[in-house]
Design a protein. Structure first.
Length: 275
């Protein structure tokens, strides 16, 4: 463990790749147990969420014990401590997770999917692809607002943030920051986006044949309706990995449209109906 801790602390990105690889391997093995190997990515994400929760709890305990000085970043603050007192050595074994899971690597992964796209297939989606973007964005926002109302939220800014979160877990925080809403509402919007992503990954492989999710055009429409880039990519990877670039490309536009319209047009419309 000490050898791994030194490696993970000294070469954070390498250590994080090992951790993610092991988590993904276990996720796919769990999916095989129930005979649904295509749902491996969804199981891996669920497992990662559990690990993140446990890591955050450990970080808080280490903070209370005085081992670390901050636990604001959750699992990335966890250290492997060797020795005691002034001779204690600390290794940030999950430090690389903050880099691998950060915005830079995320955006790189999204942009890289464009290399697998055939422009001829993009043209085929045409009007259907554009309409799916608009319908998916509006529908997700409305569902989020209705869920917020059901849980007792009445402030338009908070409802817009929750609605944005249902669009994607990127739009929610962007909208929340624009209106300065409470951090717990922003956290709720992120949670809503994560639930949507995981739900898409689980359901898509089960209904793919019935809804004919088997072509680039269908993948682009699917990406426009679902919106979440991670959810779309994970779902299409479980159906047919060749469809991932098409769905992810449209889903990326979805996030941009959501960030543009939600704090402005959608929020303004919401204030008209909710005083």
């Amino acid at each position: 463990m000490t050898i791994f801790a030194k490696m993970a602390a000294g070469y954070g990105l390498v250590g994080s790749f090992i951790i993610v690889a092991v988590t993904t391997f276990i996720g796919y093995k769990l999916a095989e147990v129930i005979g649904q190997k295509r749902m491996g990515s969804a199981f891996a994400i669920l497992l990662a969420l559990v690990i993140a929760y446990i890591g955050g709890s450990i970080a808080n305990k280490q903070l209370d014990a005085g081992i670390i000085s901050s636990a604001s970043k959750g699992i990335t603050d966890v250290v492997y401590a060797v020795g005691s007192g002034e001779e204690m050595k600390k290794y940030a074994i999950f430090g690389g997770i903050g880099i691998l899971g950060g915005g830079m690597m995320r955006d790189f992964a999204i942009i890289s999917t464009a290399w697998g796209v055939d422009p001829k297939n993009l043209v085929k989606a045409g009007l259907a692809g554009v309409l799916s973007l608009l319908i998916g964005t509006v529908l997700s926002f409305v569902i989020g607002v209705l869920v917020g109302l059901a849980f007792g939220y009445t402030d338009p800014a908070e409802l817009a943030t929750i609605g944005g979160g249902v669009e994607t877990f990127v739009v929610g925080p962007v909208t929340g920051a624009a209106f300065g809403v409470k951090s717990e509402v922003v956290a709720l919007s992120i949670a809503a986006g994560v639930v949507k992503s995981v739900g898409a990954m689980i359901i898509a492989p089960l209904i793919a044949d019935k809804v004919k999710l088997n072509s680039p055009s269908a993948a682009m429409i699917f990406g426009g309706l679902i919106g979440s880039t991670s959810g779309t990519a994970g779902a299409l990877a479980a159906v047919d990995e060749k469809l991932v670039p098409y769905g992810a490309m449209v889903a990326t536009f979805y996030t941009g449209i959501g960030c543009l319209l939600t704090p402005t047009v959608f929020a303004a419309a919401l204030r008209v109906f909710i005083h």
